[in-house]
Design a protein around this ligand. Sequence first.
Ligand code: F6P
Length: 547
Amino acid sequence: MIGVSPRQLPEWAALVGHAKELAKTDLRHLFAEDPGRLAWSTFEVGPLHIDLSKHLIRQETLVLLENLARARFLPDAITAMLTGEHINVSEDRAVLHTALRNGANLAGPVDGIDVGVEVEKVLTRMEQFARAVRANQRVGCTGKPFTAIVNIGIGGSDLGPAMVTKALYDFSDKSRAVYFVSNIDPIAIDEVFNRCDPETTLFVVVSKTFGTLETLTNAKAARQWLLKALGEHEDAVEKHFVAVSTNADLVSSFGIDTENMFGFWDFIGGRYSVDSAVGLAIMLAIGPERFRSFLRGFASIDQHLRETPLSHNVPVLLGLLAVWYRNFFGAQSQAILPYSQRLARFPAYLQQLTMESNGKSVRIDGATVDYDTGAVYWGEPGTDGQHAFYQLLHQGTVLIPADFILFAEPLGGPDAQQDLLFANGLAQTRALAFGRDDAELEELGVPAQLRPARRMPGNRPTTTILAQRLTPEVLGALIALYEHSVFTQGVIWGIDSFDQWGVELGKELASELVPILTSAGAPVLDPFDTSTADLVSRYRHMRGRPT
Ligand code: F6P
């Protein structure tokens, strides 16, 4: 399977022909020709209702996509992931984020680790710690309770906890503020220092490797800030710093006692780690019970993935639809449009999940792909997006499939506004799907010369995800849905969705540049290209350093 381009497969060719057929029709006709459309294109999964009816598909499309999935051995790949095979080939690792929400499903140890037991042990320690902090029993070195939690991490060690903490704010203990520092930009940590009091601040340093420049630099700055104020207390660092990492040695060489470390494992990828100890800040905010319910949301989708035939397997279908648009319609990007202010960071979170996973151009067997892989994911909450970029979604020249995430109940505020919010989201999916043609414009009295500009082409595909309310469980389910969609896409493309070698070179070159930018004397710039050398000189000049 791995050594073959999916383009060589007859199942791929069948989809090419089918896409051509579908290009001759549109969503108005697709709805009209099949009164039973809703029956095969809408699904209930966990706490979510999923409507795929406004996609450029017929029932047959799903069958053809399923055929492709079988030809790529997707069912075997799902089993391989769920049972801890080393499917992350380039790093020779298992991929077991699903064990974080139900380790009991694993038949036995993986790589010598009884994963279910170990996951539970860490969860229990997290819970004890979170309860103690939330009850003001675990306090700072001067005996004061913590009023601020500062999560220092980047990428998967920031985006997940930051997104979820914001999303579930209404379920959190508001007596403690939770801040996130990720960027190495000095102003980021400075903003937090300005808002916090060292005596009542708890730092959670999160880094899978504990070797990430941004995180260690910010953590060192935080330690310095703390010791400046509380240095006379021997236990200042011990009381005010905890770590989340897989690397106990580096945690203790940083000066954090491993007693204050919450572990996870190599088989949890950074972008798949929000439900591991990486979610400690979330648990501190929402409490252990709600964190468990967050995990249950993930587990409901995992169970669905494991037990449901491909034809009704929603995350699989979502992944296959992503392939459908990317490879058979040339779609370059995918919009994520949550109609919830609390999900403002969800698109950013998904950017790492999707783009770090599937932004690959080499297959697992080392061959360069001869087809497109991961799309660009982006988005903003509705209705703000409507007044910014939806114009291009409706009338632009590129096809951008969009996911609309809608809720029935508000999390607070004037209740009637939820009706307006929902109406807006639903209206957009209608306008995108069915547009408005010249005959309708004429009926509305629009003069002929204005009709081209006001014509709404429609036929723009959307997924609608509907849930009662944005609860911890719903959010867990939503994340798992995307995780498994990303996985499905990666299997079709034959790529390793769990490594991220593309980010390494930039890190290496940055550390090479630091001494060149900061040296006391003028550096030798010969090894650099002329653009880089020029920019180094300009920067040094602007910083008052000899050039
Ligand atoms: O540089 C990319 C990356 O490795 C991500 O995959 C990861 O989430 C992030 O850096 C942070 O890594 P760490 O948790 O090891 O600090």
